[in-house]
Design a protein. Sequence first.
Length: 287
Amino acid sequence: AAALVLILGLVATYSGVRSVLSAGPQSVNLQSSLDPLVTRIAGSVGTDAGQMLDRALEMIGLETLMQQLVLGLLGLINQFGVVAIYVAFLLVDEPYVPAKLRALFPDPARRARVEGLMAEIGQQVGAYLWIMTKLSFMTAAFSAVVMLAMGLQFTLFWAILIFALNYIPTIGTILGTLLPAAYALVQFGELQPALILALGIGVVQFVIGNIVFPRMAGDSLNLSLFVTIFSLFFWGALWGSTGMFLAVPLTAVLVIVLARFPATRPAAILMSKTGIVAAPAAAPDAA
């Protein structure tokens, strides 16, 4: 019953998010919105430069670019919707996991090692995802306040985008700040509102990412910055945008597993942030 409620809730949330994204900024004639800005630039730097800028914008195709952004985000929501439904069905099988482990690992000592490893992975990754969900919601909510105060169009669309991108370390934060600011430049046709908006969202991102997050999470996943960035590109190349969202949890699971075996423990130490990882599990016959 709980899984059914979860699945229905996911379907309802998915439908609502798709409706919001489908009515996003791709429906606006961005090229005509930029005409006043191009005219102002042409008056400042000369007609020839203004015409070159106008032709460059036509070549870029802002409407097409925005449509691709929204379609990409919709595709990402599709992938996560399917994954979330799979996870919901996996929850149905959770009560049977202990029996399966007893069948797979008859030896109590070995089974205890596997259960301890699974418990550690579930605790650390689950805590990280829950903290990131709360922080992403806070970031999106406070950013929405800034965008509403500035009068930015499609605030709910941008808030959902910021919420989703916040799961991607560093790169997601940068994109979540620059994309709304770039649209503000198009909407208002002036640089000052875009800079103010970027500053406001940037302050929100900085405070939550550098002050609130360390207090809530600490070094919960214990991943070095280099490994985090590398994992984004590795998993992103492997699975696309979904891989970038799952990069940190998957890499954290890898470090936890590597740390439990003496032969691979040095790799876990090198990948960690502090150099301190869990002690390797005792061999089954050590008892």
